[in-house]
Each structure stands twice: as structure tokens, then as C-alpha cells.
Design a binder for this molecule. Structure first.
Ligand SMILES: Cc1cc2nc3c(=O)[nH]c(=O)nc-3n(C[C@H](O)[C@H](O)[C@H](O)COP(=O)(O)OP(=O)(O)OC[C@H]3O[C@@H](n4cnc5c(N)ncnc54)[C@H](O)[C@@H]3O)c2cc1C
Length: 478
């Protein structure tokens, strides 16, 4: 077993052997503060920053949270272990000593790795902190993106930090703000219209479970997050937690397994009709809770699962909420919506000034009547490196400089962008595309530079004595 210090030496050696990162190659532009800005220092933002660094671009990274609270793992995820198997490559991007496995075995040894079933949530969060530090990815914490405006071909960002607003101009923008950033939390109107805020929460909220002691909890949605929230509440002393879903059974498997091979990285090149049909099938059923979440529910006293039980009426009165399901009335003290996220850029406040010119799927593809889908049609129609496309060409070309690293990319790529197993695919594709775009945007400068005469590496003295001038021969150089 090595210590973490030894592993860190090995990481530095691997990066050294791989060769230095290219130096800054994009020409300076007047009035531009940053070449690439990444919003979000969760795992997607960090992996993207590393991939860009290896292509000679140092991104400016911001996160709204304070250091240690970024990402979902410490404050929003509630399962003891990840759902991702331990062997899956993550954000190491081929640098083996940077992997979770290397980090884990350095500290706990190979036997512990063999015994490990899945990474614990806390250890994954610690690993990401280590990853950020060893790669020296500087994050500007407590800095929130509030608004994006057009600034010529670039983007003007309004950032809030400690109550102060600042503006910066960036050429490229990567939105790595997590699953809620693509349109917000999906809270059904039956809850948001009828239940006061203090009596309900969404699974993505930071919930004070201690305050739910002895309470009766109703959870709408039998996803993994629904199970996790119900169990966390029970483990914190809640009286009972009832989980409800519309379907007559839990999903037992996931179609995403079929898309788990390298060729499917090119899904985006399929005809729109295939992409629509397949993504629709994949999204028709949410992910099932893993076996570990079900075992946890069985061990928790007071857990019950109600299938085929859509909520028909919800009414709050005083501190209680009455929920009608079929012929049965339930009374709860607190409700948790495990109902996922919205995927519609028009709902994201920070995009308001530009979103009118962002192409959605409904603008580019007309499905047959029987496969019309009012949710899917509002997903953004993304380009090959997750960039928005203009609805009307030439109206605000800067929208193509906004790259979206979140789950709204699903319809275009059939990948759950943000998931651990997708980090390599997403960050490599994104960074290669950004490099291409920047090179082409600066093509006049690059063409000029590429046409410059070479810089002499020889003085001529080195080969003087080898030269023989033949009588009558020309003087032109070969
Ligand atoms: C409860 C839960 C459990 C999950 N479990 C797994 C799992 O086991 N395996 C797996 O592969 N995937 C899992 N996922 C899915 C996915 O891996 C996670 O959502 C993952 O955290 C996504 O990483 P990310 O970097 O894209 O976003 P996040 O981790 O959400 O990070 C986004 C960051 O953006 C910042 N941010 C947001 N808005 C702004 C703003 N306006 N300005 C500045 N910063 C902002 C946030 O503060 C945050 O730090 C889970 C997701 C959830 C919600």
C-alpha cells in the first residue's frame, strides 16, 4: 500500500511523461477577459477544465457554493454508496494514477478495493476534492452566474459574489451547473399550487431531515432519489415515509445499458428521427432505485411503497397536508417531490436575454403525430460539442459559444451528461470542439502566423565547411 503522497508523485510523473500542456495558443483579443469560462465546479466542470488544460486552455471556473459544498455529493445526494460500479472510468481522462481506484488503493490497499462494492458517496466527494487540488484547478467560489448577454460574437456574463455584481466578457461558456440548471426543478403543480413552501421540498433541495423527526412524510416519485429521501427521513426519526408512483410496478432495468459502448458516442450523428424515437423510449421510464436503496428501505421502519397511485388531490390545512389517491385519503406533515428536473432552456433565468434565438428540438424536427412529445420538444437541439444552435442564423451567433454540459443533452447525445461514466466522453468531446471553434474563429490570425517564414534554428556556420561551390553552378538555394 502506498501513501497518498506517493500517488501524488506518480500523478505528477504521469503528467510529466505525457508531456507538458501546450502553452496558451489563442491570440489575445481586446475587451475579452476570459477565453473559456466554466460555470460549476462539480465533477463535470472539473473534468472539462482538465481536458481543456491539456489542450492549452486555462479555463476560468466559478461556483456559486463555498468550497466543499460544490456538486451534489455532500449536501444533496443521500445514499451511502454511489450507484456507479467502482471500476467505471471517471474524470481521470486516461491518466491512470488520477483515477478513483488509484486514489482509493493508495490509502486503503488492494484488499480493501477487492472488498469494496461501490464507492461511498463521501469518499467520492473527497476524491473529487483531491482531483481538483492535484490538478491545481483554481475555482472562484461563492460566485454565481446571474445573466448572459450578447457582446458582439462573445458573451457578457453578470456574476454575483457576496452581493456584488461584476461583468466579464468570455469567448466560450461551459454551463456545467448540474441537472437543475437546464430548466429547474420539476415540481408538479398539484404540489406547488397547494402546499406552502415550508411543508414541502424537492429532492434536490437541501432538506433539514432533523426537523422531520416524528413526522409523516409523503414522497411523490419512486426514483432512486425518492427512496433515498424517504430512507434518510426515517433514519432521522420520521414516523413514516410513503413513496408513491403512477406506474403499476417499479422499473426493473434500464435501457441505458444498451447505449453503453464506444460506438454509441456517435449517436448524435444518427438521423433526427432515430434520435427522437430512441431517446423517447429511454426517457419513458425513470431510472429504477438500485438494489441497495431497496434493501435500505426494507431495513427502515415505517417505509411503504404505493404503486399505481397517482396523487389526485392535495390540500394543505394548518400544518397538515391531505392527499387523495383513488378512494384513500392520506395525511402528511411534509411532502417531498422526487419528480426530477425540467429540461427547457427557456425556463433558465440566466439565459433570458438570449434564449429566444436558441434552437429547440421542436424547431428542427417534426415527429409523426403518434410520437409527439410535449416535454422532449423543448430540449435544446445541440451541436456536436454540446453547443446551442441559433434558431435564426446570424441573429445572435454568440449562442453557439454556449456549451451545455447537463442532462438536457440527452436527446441530442443519448448520454446522461454529468454521470460519472460520461465524464470522459463529455469533457473530451467538449474540449476538442472548443479548440476547433477557437481556431476557426481566429483563422485569419492563424493563417498569417502559419504563413510566417520559419525562425532560423541554424546560423549557417554549422555546415559551412561541408559546402563546395561548383564552378558555373547557379547560386539559388535548393
Ligand atoms: C441525488 C443524486 C445522486 C446521484 N448519484 C449518481 C451516481 O451514483 N452515479 C452517477 O454517475 N451519477 C449520479 N448522479 C447524477 C450525476 O452524476 C450528478 O448529478 C453529478 O453531480 C453531476 O455533476 P455535475 O458536475 O454535472 O453537476 P453538479 O454536481 O450538480 O455540480 C454543479 C455545480 O454548479 C454550481 N452552480 C449551479 N448553478 C450555478 C450558478 N448559477 N453559478 C455558479 N455555479 C452554479 C453548483 O453550485 C454545483 O457545484 C446523481 C445525481 C443526484 C442528484
Amino acid at each position: 500500500m502506498y501513501a497518498l503522497d506517493d500517488l501524488e508523485t506518480e500523478v505528477r510523473k504521469s503528467l510529466y511523461f505525457a508531456g507538458p500542456d501546450p502553452s496558451q495558443w489563442t491570440p489575445a483579443r481586446e475587451g475579452v477577459d476570459q477565453i473559456v469560462t466554466i460555470v460549476g465546479a462539480g465533477q463535470s466542470g472539473l473534468a472539462a477544465a482538465f481536458a481543456l488544460q491539456r489542450r492549452g486552455i486555462k479555463a476560468f471556473i466559478i461556483d456559486a457554493e463555498e468550497e466543499g459544498s460544490e456538486g451534489v455529493w455532500r449536501l444533496r445526494a443521500r445514499m451511502p454508496t454511489l450507484r456507479t460500479p467502482k471500476e467505471r472510468p471517471g474524470p481521470e481522462l486516461g491518466v491512470a494514477p488520477l483515477s478513483y481506484r488509484a486514489w482509493y488503493t493508495a490509502q486503503f490497499g488492494d484488499d480493501a478495493w477487492e472488498r469494496l462494492d461501490r464507492p461511498s458517496r463521501e469518499s467520492w466527494a473527497q476524491y473529487l476534492t483531491w482531483y481538483r487540488k492535484i490538478l491545481q484547478l483554481k475555482v472562484n467560489y461563492n460566485t454565481r452566474l446571474e445573466r448572459i448577454d450578447q457582446h458582439g460574437e462573445n458573451l457578457k456574463l453578470t456574476l454575483e459574489s457576496d452581493g456584488q455584481m461584476t461583468q466579464i466578457v468570455t469567448r466560450k461558456l461551459v454551463l456545467a451547473m448540474g441537472p437543475s440548471a437546464g430548466g429547474g426543478l420539476n415540481v408538479p403543480a398539484i404540489i406547488s399550487d397547494n402546499v406552502p413552501k415550508q411543508l414541502c421540498a424537492h429532492t434536490n433541495d437541501i432538506i433539514d431531515f432533523g426537523a422531520l423527526r416524528d413526522k409523516r412524510i409523503g414522497v411523490l416519485g419512486a426514483s432512486a432519489s425518492g427512496f433515498d429521501a424517504a430512507c434518510t427521513a426515517l433514519e432521522a426519526g420520521a414516523h413514516s415515509a410513503r413513496v408513491f408512483c403512477r406506474a403499476s410496478d417499479l422499473a426493473r432495468g434500464t435501457r441505458y445499458r444498451w447505449a453503453d459502448f464506444p460506438g454509441a458516442d456517435y449517436f448524435h450523428l444518427l438521423p433526427d428521427s432515430d434520435r427522437w424515437r430512441i431517446a423517447r423510449l429511454y426517457l419513458a421510464r425513470g431510472n429504477h432505485p438500485p438494489a441497495t436503496a431497496i434493501a435500505r428501505a426494507k431495513a427502515a421502519r415505517g417505509f411503504s411503497l404505493h404503486v399505481a397511485s397517482p396523487w389526485e388531490r392535495v390540500e394543505a390545512s394548518g400544518d397538515e397536508i391531505a392527499v387523495r389517491v383513488g378512494d384513500t385519503d392520506f395525511t402528511f406533515d411534509f411532502i417531498i417531490a422526487a419528480t426530477g428536473f425540467r429540461h427547457d432552456p427557456r425556463l433558465a433565468h440566466y439565459l433570458k436575454p438570449l434564449v429566444g434565438n436558441v434552437a429547440l428540438w421542436k424547431h428542427r424536427f417534426s415527429p409523426a403525430l403518434d410520437s409527439h412529445d410535449p416535454v422532449l420538444e423543448n430540449y435544446p437541439y445541440l451541436g456536436d460539442c454540446f453547443q446551442f444552435q441559433e434558431l435564426v442564423a446570424g441573429q445572435s451567433p454568440c449562442v453557439k459559444n454556449i456549451h451545455v454540459l447537463n442532462t438536457t443533452a440527452l436527446l441530442s447525445f443519448l448520454r446522461i451528461v454529468g454521470d460519472i461514466k460520461c465524464l470522459g466522453f463529455a469533457s473530451e468531446r467538449l474540449s476538442a470542439g472548443i479548440v476547433r471553434d477557437l481556431f476557426l474563429a481566429d483563422r485569419e490570425i492563424h493563417v498569417r502566423t502559419l504563413s510566417l517564414p520559419p525562425i532560423d534554428e541554424l546560423t549557417g556556420d554549422e555546415y559551412k565547411e561541408l559546402m563546395t561551390h561548383l564552378k558555373g553552378a547557379g547560386t539559388s538555394s535548393a
